[in-house]
Design a protein around this ligand. Structure first.
Ligand code: AHG
Length: 304
């Protein structure tokens, strides 16, 4: 038997973490149903970053919020779609969850693959935490198949696929990344207009006849790297946005945790480990280079 719950139990995932992940899995199932229902219109609202929200952004956020609140395991929730943190009154749970309920919403109208991302810490505050202190992280990918990828501290990376009755079943465990790669996923290419070192790195990849894989969705782009066991995703800053576009708590730290469990690496464009950056503001942004360790070291060196 390779069901979600059973797999986490036999891998000695603590009961409360397992139960929290179970609620996340249920939320992912409901988000998938909403996506398939096809209500892709705009909500006529914007989030705190000034981005227009889709009805699906709002709905997905509500689904995850309800699931996590219903778990009675959380003290604090931080959503990419909400300005404010949601704090639960005592007696409250022992976890903080930061999540992006629908990453890649600008891809929804084009029917490209999107995802949800979750970072889990123990405690009752998010500010002051580092990615390295997470107890677990997960992401869901809504493609032709729906998969939920889970990393629990010290237990590696597991992949579950949703079956036709909505259950997540284990399909792979212990995903590992090779040190070097032929794949590259270059984000924020606008930066090459000014940053000639970034332009040279990209041109070097092309000259080396590497394979480009970039969809514009962080979830599918990083999932490709994990599934193939190799690759690099880069998102440096530019003049207007020195810290790039991607958020530390909702996107970069959870992925850095998952990649570290797979033997990979994630740094800023300056070479600082993403897992060592302290969260000073829930919506703070960071540049990110993430993937096979040898590729990250090379890219950081190239931009130095
Ligand atoms: P959004 O949710 O607004 O579609 O943004 C998606 C994020 C992330 O998933 C992706 O890696 C990045 O934005 C892509 O940025 P570019 O548009 O600059 O390529």
């Amino acid at each position: 038997m390779k069901s979600f719950n059973h797999t986490l139990r036999v891998n000695n995932v603590p009961n409360d973490v397992r139960s929290l992940l179970y609620h996340i899995a249920r939320g992912v199932k409901y988000i998938n149903f909403s996506l398939r229902a096809g209500n892709t219109g705009e909500a006529n609202t914007s989030n705190c970053s000034g981005e227009d929200q889709l009805k699906l952004d709002v709905l997905s956020d509500k689904i995850i919020m309800n699931e996590l609140e219903g778990s009675e395991l959380c003290a604090l929730l931080a959503s990419e779609e909400q300005d404010d943190l949601v704090r639960f009154p005592a007696p409250r749970g022992k976890f903080v969850v930061a999540y992006d309920p629908l990453d890649g919403s600008s891809l929804v109208d084009a029917n490209l693959t999107i995802g949800s991302i979750f970072g889990i810490w123990e405690g009752d505050e998010l500010v002051g935490k580092k990615g390295r202190e997470m107890v677990a992280a997960a992401y869901a990918i809504y493609g032709p198949r729906v998969e939920l990828i889970v990393a629990v501290k010290g237990k590696g990376v597991m992949v579950f696929e949703m079956n036709d009755v909505g259950e997540f079943m284990l399909t792979k465990k212990d995903l590992k990344l090779r040190e070097n790669s032929k794949y590259f996923a270059p984000g924020n290419l606008r930066a090459t207009a000014i940053n000639k070192k970034y332009l040279k790195l990209i041109n070097d990849y092309i000259a080396e006849k590497r394979t480009l894989r970039y969809s514009g969705g962080m979830v599918p782009d990083l999932h490709h790297i994990l599934q193939k066991g190799e690759g690099i995703f880069t998102y440096p800053g530019c003049e207007k946005h020195p810290n790039g576009k991607l958020r530390l708590a909702f996107e970069c730290a959870p992925f850095a945790f998952i990649f570290a469990e797979a033997g990979g690496k994630a740094t800023t464009a300056d070479g600082q480990e993403i897992l060592d950056i302290e969260i000073t503001e829930p919506h703070q942004r960071t540049t990110i280079f993430i993937g096979s360790t040898g590729e990250i070291d090379r890219a950081v060196e190239a931009l130095r």
